[in-house]
Design a protein around this ligand. Structure first.
Ligand SMILES: [Zn+2]
Length: 449
């Protein structure tokens, strides 16, 4: 029993091993629900190229097999999902999760924060584009149907009124979970900002509203006149997409890939608006109810592949105030180095890695204060920053590693480490990150070892 909560975290410096550890929950191909016996027509459909049909056609499912209780509950909305990984996404947006992984990520985090999914109302703020509905169908599968706060490009155009209305629909003694973000397509050739669409030879822009707004802000930056504040609702949303993107015009012009930078800029603009909505209307959630808010970028893929979502922030609000940050904000994270992801698709930044590790271990019942971390990483000083990040979570690491990262400490080092595993929880001293990053202190640590 003790082992189940106190097993050390052993890190080997082998990318494939790291991936196996973190992505073990991804269903292997061939074990997907669509391949189940008794559903030959569905299997054929899923192997075909019409993503929207296979994802959303209730008629296909009804004709093939009697609906289950769950299917009946969401009849006409959700019947299945494309779950095949799409490597082009992992290359363009490292750290993005397939919808199936995202569902687990959400459930783990909410449960760890005392959410009861049965009394949780989900609200979304995702772009109007029909390619974004499958994620809502997946969320409906977890929580029941979603309240929709979103409009063009994913901005929460329903505003404070929509939040207040949503809060009034939360089941008694329950809480709400809000997911928002812009979206971006990645096509089968790896182009970002477009995606193949059902029944069309040319996919076109994805997100179209976002691309139109980026053209608008580039024009204003080049000297064009700003659009006038609309006096009619005829096209008011697109005006505000453009005006809220305007502060990011220079950033987009400087970006090495504008289509990759665009959703990050929109995310920042949407986060600002969502923050203001919560400030004004967050108090509408009754009693002890909380508001968990997940922000990120939704990534659409060609037919037959899973869609993705890149989480960038996850906060729990009490009223209009942030009570707890479940992950570090994307804006504050160290800059990504795109070539690393190009050479090793699926590689995560240290921040992304520790964030994912934290969630995974928590969901498996680990208590960070009674967990000892052991590393087996090469002697080279360039490898110490990762150990510093780990020390933030677990306290300093037992070092099993030697040249090239081999665990040269061997079985004896593992045994010694095992005898150091904390028996009970304790309060760790603050400022760990500060001292661990201090080079003089690092030398002292080496001497102690
Ligand atoms: Zn869109």
């Amino acid at each position: 029993m003790r082992f189940s909560i106190a097993l050390p975290v052993l890190l080997a410096l082998v990318p494939s091993a790291t991936n196996a550890f973190f992505f073990q929950r991804t269903p292997p191909q061939g074990q997907q629900r669509v391949a189940a016996a008794g559903e030959p027509e569905l299997v054929t459909a899923m192997a075909g190229e019409k993503k929207a049909t296979t994802k959303l056609s209730a008629a296909t499912m009804t004709a093939t097999k009697p609906a289950t209780e769950k299917q009946r509950k969401f009849e006409g909305v959700y019947t299945g999902m494309d779950s095949k990984p799409f490597p082009n996404v992992e290359k363009a947006f490292p750290g993005a999760m397939m919808n199936s992984e995202l569902k687990e990520f959400i459930a783990d985090n909410l449960k760890a924060n005392n959410y009861n999914l049965k009394t949780t109302l989900v609200a979304t703020s995702l772009c109007c584009d029909e390619v974004n509905r499958p994620l809502e169908a997946e969320l409906s599968d977890m929580f029941n149907t979603n309240f929709n706060m979103g409009g063009l490009a994913g901005f929460p155009f329903g505003g404070a009124t929509s939040f207040g209305a949503m809060a009034a629909h939360i089941p008694d003694d329950g809480s709400c979970f809000v997911v928002y973000g812009p979206h971006v397509g990645v096509d089968s050739e790896g182009n970002v900002g477009t995606v193949e669409r059902r029944g069309r030879q040319n996919g076109g822009a994805c997100c179209g509203s976002a691309v139109a707004a980026s053209n608008y802000v580039a024009g204003v930056l080049a000297g064009d006149e700003k659009a006038a504040l609309p006096t009619s609702p005829l096209d008011a949303q697109q005006y505000f997409v453009g005006s809220m993107l305007l502060p990011h015009a220079k950033r987009l012009e400087r970006a090495s890939d504008k289509m990759v930078e665009l959703p990050f800029a929109l995310y920042d603009a949407q986060s600002e608006l969502m923050g203001r909505i919560l400030e004004q209307a967050g108090g509408a959630v009754a009693g002890n109810g909380k508001t968990a808010v997940l922000g990120g970028i939704q990534i659409n893929t060609p037919p037959g592949y899973s869609d993705y979502y890149l989480p960038l922030s996850f906060d729990i609000y009490s009223g209009g105030e942030v009570e707890k940050e479940l992950m570090k904000k994307g804006a504050g994270a160290p800059k990504k180095f795109p070539m690393a992801a190009e050479v090793y698709p699926g590689a995560l930044t240290n921040d992304e890695l520790t964030s994912k590790m934290r969630q995974t271990l928590k969901s498996k019942g680990y208590d960070e204060s009674t967990t000892l971390v052991a590393t087996s990483l090469c002697c080279d000083e360039v490898n110490r920053p990762l150990e510093t990040e780990l020390a933030d979570m677990f306290d300093t690491n037992f070092n099993m590693g030697g040249l090239a990262g081999f665990p040269f400490g061997g079985a004896t080092s593992f045994g010694a480490m095992a005898s150091h595993i904390p028996g009970k929880s304790y309060t760790r001293p603050p400022l760990r990150r500060t001292f661990a990053k201090n080079k003089v202190r690092s030398v002292i640590m080496v001497l102690i070892c």
